[in-house]
Design a protein around this ligand. Structure first.
Ligand SMILES: *Cc1c(COP(=O)(O)O)cnc(C)c1O
Length: 464
C-alpha cells in the first residue's frame, strides 16, 4: 500500500512515513493510493471479532507489514488498556430505530481518545525504533488537545505543544489539558478562536524548513492515522446491531466539525461496509450542512455554541472527500482548493450535488434544539446526551426513514460539557476522574494572537 497526496505533488510514501508527514508536503492531505475492498465473507468473519482484533485486521490492510504483527498487537493492547469499558466503544440500544455508539470511555471522555491513545503509542514506537525525535504540534477546540496530551504525556523522545483558544473551551477540557505537569507538555492559551490557532499551526507545517528542523509531527485529524483508527468503530458498531428477519438499512449520524470522523465513515463505506447514509450533524457552524444542501462550500461567520468542539468554519478533512468526489483527480483538487483560497468559496453544479447527496445527508442543530433534546432524551429514555451528541440526535430525528436504523455517535461524555447540561436544569454526578481535576494546579501560557511570539515560545520549548 502506497500513500499519495490529494494534490498529487508528493512522491508515494509508505505507512509510517505517511503518518510522520502529517499534512502532505504539497499542502494536500495524504490518502491511500487505492482503498482495499473487503469481501462479504471476510466481513462476516470480522463480525465476530473483539474491538482490538478488528483493529488489527483493518490495519493489516494498510500498514504494508512495516510493523510486525506482535508489535502492533502490543500497541493496540496498551492503547485500549485504560479505557473504562472492556468493549472500548460499546453500543447502547435506545429504541428500535436508534442505537448510540459511546465513544467516550477513554481517559479524556471524548471520542478523540480512541485514535489518539493509539497515536501516542505509535509515535513512541517510531521514536524508539527509528531514533526519531518527535515534536508534536497541534491546535485544538478542546478535545483533541486533551486526548493528545494524555496519549503522550511522560513518554520519552516526544514533546507536545498544544494551542487552544483562550476561554473558548469548556472548563473540564481546559483542566484536562492544563493540569498535566509532565515536562514534555506545553499548553498555549491563545486569545483568539480555534480557526486562528489552526491557521498558525497550518502555516508552521507548511514551512517545510521549520517542519524539518524541528521534527514537527501532527496529531490533528489531517493525519491519516487518526482517520484509519476511527474506521474501526464503524465496522464494530455495524456488527453489534441486531438484525431480525428483515434486515434494515444502517445509517450513521456523526457530530462533525473538521470532517474527520465522518470521513472515516466514508472510508469504511468505500472498504465495503454496507452503510446506507452518512449523516453529517453540525451545530450553527454549518458549512457542511450548507454544502450538502446547496452545493456551495463557503466559510460563514463564527458562532460560539454549546458544542465548542464543533465550532469550526473550515473543515480540514473536506479535501479528502473532494478528492474522491472529483474522480481522484489531483489536478482538479488543486484547482478547487486554489479557488477556495482566492474566491473564498467552492460551488458545484446540480448534477454533482446529487452525487454528494447520495453519500450524505446533513443537518445543523441550533443551541435551543440541542438543549431540548438533552431534556427530552433524559425524560424519555433516562439517557443523558452531551451537547455534541445531541446534534447527532437532532440529525437522526430529521433524517429517519422507514426500514432504517441509525447508529448515532456519542462523541463526548456529558460531564465534559456541564455548562449546557445545567441550563437544562439537570444535575449530573461527575465521574471521579473529572471531579479530581478541579483541585489540581494548572500549567499554561496565555498568549496574544501573535504568530511570531507564539512561534518563539514553541522553539524555546522544543530546544529546551
Ligand atoms: C472533535 C469532536 C467532534 C468533531 O469531530 P471531527 O472529526 O472534527 O468532525 C465532535 N464532537 C466532539 C465531542 C469532538 O471532540
Amino acid at each position: 500500500m502506497k500513500y499519495i497526496s490529494t494534490r498529487g505533488q508528493v512522491e508515494a510514501q509508505g505507512f509510517i512515513d505517511t503518518v510522520l508527514m502529517g499534512l502532505a508536503d504539497d499542502g494536500g492531505l495524504m490518502i491511500p493510493a487505492e482503498i482495499p475492498v473487503i469481501s462479504q465473507s471476510t466481513l462476516k468473519e470480522w463480525s465476530k471479532l473483539s474491538y482490538k482484533e478488528l483493529f488489527l485486521q483493518i490495519f493489516s490492510h494498510f500498514t504494508n507489514d512495516e510493523i510486525p504483527y506482535e508489535d502492533m498487537k502490543e500497541m493496540v493492547d496498551k492503547s485500549y488498556a485504560n479505557f473504562r469499558h472492556s468493549e472500548v466503544t460499546p453500543v447502547k440500544k435506545i429504541n428500535d430505530s436508534l442505537y448510540i455508539l459511546e465513544l467516550f470511555h477513554g481517559p479524556t471522555f471524548a471520542f478523540k481518545d480512541v485514535a489518539l491513545q493509539f497515536m501516542g503509542e505509535f509515535y513512541s514506537y517510531v521514536s524508539k525504533k527509528q531514533n526519531e525525535i518527535i515534536h508534536i504540534l497541534g491546535a485544538t477546540s478542546g478535545d483533541t488537545g486533551a486526548a493528545a496530551i494524555q496519549g503522550v504525556r511522560g513518554k520519552e523522545g516526544i514533546k507536545i505543544c498544544i494551542l487552544h483558544p483562550h476561554e473558548k473551551v469548556s472548563k473540564v477540557q481546559e483542566l484536562q489539558m492544563t493540569t498535566v505537569d509532565d515536562k514534555n507538555v506545553l499548553n498555549l492559551s491563545v486569545k483568539g478562536n480555534f480557526d486562528d490557532c489552526q491557521k498558525i499551526i497550518k502555516e508552521q507545517f507548511a514551512d517545510l524548513d521549520f517542519k524539518g528542523k524541528h521534527n514537527l509531527r501532527a496529531i490533528n485529524s489531517i493525519n491519516f492515522l487518526r482517520i484509519l483508527a476511527q474506521t474501526v468503530y464503524y465496522f464494530y458498531a455495524y456488527f453489534q446491531i441486531e438484525q431480525g428477519d428483515r434486515p434494515k438499512k444502517v445509517n450513521f449520524s456523526v457530530p462533525s466539525g473538521n470532517f474527520g470522523n465522518i470521513f472515516s465513515g466514508f472510508l469504511a463505506k468505500k472498504m465495503g461496509l454496507p452503510i446506507n447514509k452518512l449523516i453529517i450533524a453540525t451545530n450553527e457552524n454549518n458549512i457542511l450542512e450548507r454544502f450538502v444542501k446547496t452545493g456551495k462550500y463557503k466559510p460563514g461567520g463564527f458562532k460560539s455554541t454549546h458544542s465548542p468542539s464543533m465550532d469550526i468554519q473550515v473543515a480540514s478533512n473536506f479535501e479528502r472527500y473532494l478528492y474522491y468526489f472529483l474522480g481522484q483527480d489531483a489536478e482538479k483538487v488543486s484547482a478547487y482548493m486554489e479557488k477556495l483560497q482566492n474566491d473564498g468559496e467552492i460551488v458545484i453544479g446540480a448534477e454533482d450535488l446529487e452525487r454528494v447527496q447520495d453519500d450524505f445527508e446533513a443537518y445543523g442543530a441550533n443551541n435551543e434544539q440541542c438543549l431540548e433534546l438533552i431534556s427530552k432524551y433524559k425524560a424519555d429514555y433516562n439517557y443523558l446526551l452531551d451537547p455534541h451528541t445531541a446534534c447527532g440526535i437532532a440529525a437522526y430525528e430529521t433524517y429517519h426513514g422507514e426500514d432504517e436504523v441509525c447508529i448515532s455517535f456519542a462523541t463526548a461524555h456529558p460531564a465534559k460539557f456541564n455548562e449546557a447540561i445545567e441550563q437544562c436544569g439537570i444535575e449530573q454526578e461527575f465521574p471521579s476522574e473529572i471531579k479530581q481535576l478541579f483541585s489540581k494546579p494548572q500549567y499554561q501560557l496565555v498568549m496574544d494572537h501573535n504568530k511570531e511570539e507564539i512561534v518563539q515560545e514553541l522553539v524555546k520549548f522544543y530546544e529546551r
